[in-house]
Design a protein around this ligand. Sequence first.
Ligand SMILES: [Zn+2]
Length: 423
Amino acid sequence: MTGLLTTTTFFVFGQNADAIINAKEAERIERVLSADDMRGRKTFSPEIDKAADFIADEFKKAGLQTFKGANGYKQDFIMVSPKFVSGSATFDDGQVDSKNVVVITCQPVFTINEKSGYEKVKIEAGKNFQIEVMKYVRSGKNYFVLVDTSYSKNFSRLTGLKRAMFKMDNSLVFALTATDPKTFTVESRHDMTEQKLANVVGILPGNSKKDEYVIFSGHYDHLGIGKPDNHGDSIYNGANDDAAGTTAVIMLAKYFKALGNNKRTIVFAGFTAEEVGGFGSQYFSRQFDPAKVVAMFNIEMIGTESKWGKNSAYITGYERTDMGAIMQKNLEGTGFTFYPDPYTTQNLFYRSDNATLARLGVPAHTISTSKMDSEPNYHKVTDHIETLDMENMAMIIRSIALASRSIVAGKDSPTRVKVEELR
Ligand SMILES: [Zn+2]
């Protein structure tokens, strides 16, 4: 069977794809990203910058352009962690219990009253609390948010927003209250810690549909250094998770540049901070009007054989759009199969960077081969390059290239994710 497949796929992909996307090239990139000197590419570590510089250099060699005319391929942003010091509030001359007020701000010393121009809004009972909160967080405006007392259990969780926030100019005051105060004062003090992060982003502008975007992505961060195992190894190399996806993104960039016929603009992204909260993809998603993002191919852990063996992978959230069906149609006759995610109880659709864009309606899926019920090296220090099958990985990347071509070419547009059906 393997022999036949090789012949068929050679015919379909042509020499072009094989010349650019092959096991040797996959190994070259993998060796750098998963090397011990990257020390597990931990978010906020100096070594993750080394990985970012390498990816940026590969994007440059691929001939990609920078995103929105940026200086370079690194998309820098700052995360702020405010640590609460003190706070007080009065509503209509009455002191308010400080645990019923949460201030989300990047100002170390914060003080407002009813004359400060904060728009007063209310989260009524019976809404999706998280969605309502995020609406105001992302608004970029100052709000004084009255929270219905039916949310008393959820209210304290708002302080979780302070663990890491994007640096913002606006501030929000959330108050758990049954009243609608006419006059108020709110004061708070926080110690602010700022940390710099970067995605790596490059684009190939579309030949005709420049304002329609197709995204290929993988996260380049991993878990860093842990306790030594029996062999004294303490480095989480993350060769599969997700140097493999990052390798795919780099090779796809080179492939589509060589192909040179993309009608839509292709965006190639290496995300930071996936393992610690998905901040990289969240920041990235804010740079787009989601309606203009036609598809997102997020690639995670494709270095091992899937549960069905070689020449196959799965797609998370397969049934949520017809993107998987389009991809499979483009692979007819190749012997390669994209299956629906078989690990449905693990909620993989929500556990990677695709989810951020999917929540905005974008047909955004993760492609993987990881056997999530039995992958022996998943999130272990043994996630080494030696455990990966480079030939199979190259085949998967060629298949993603072929499967996505009609979307890149502007012929197919997958159906949108129905946001109201997401949890
Ligand atoms: Zn991962």
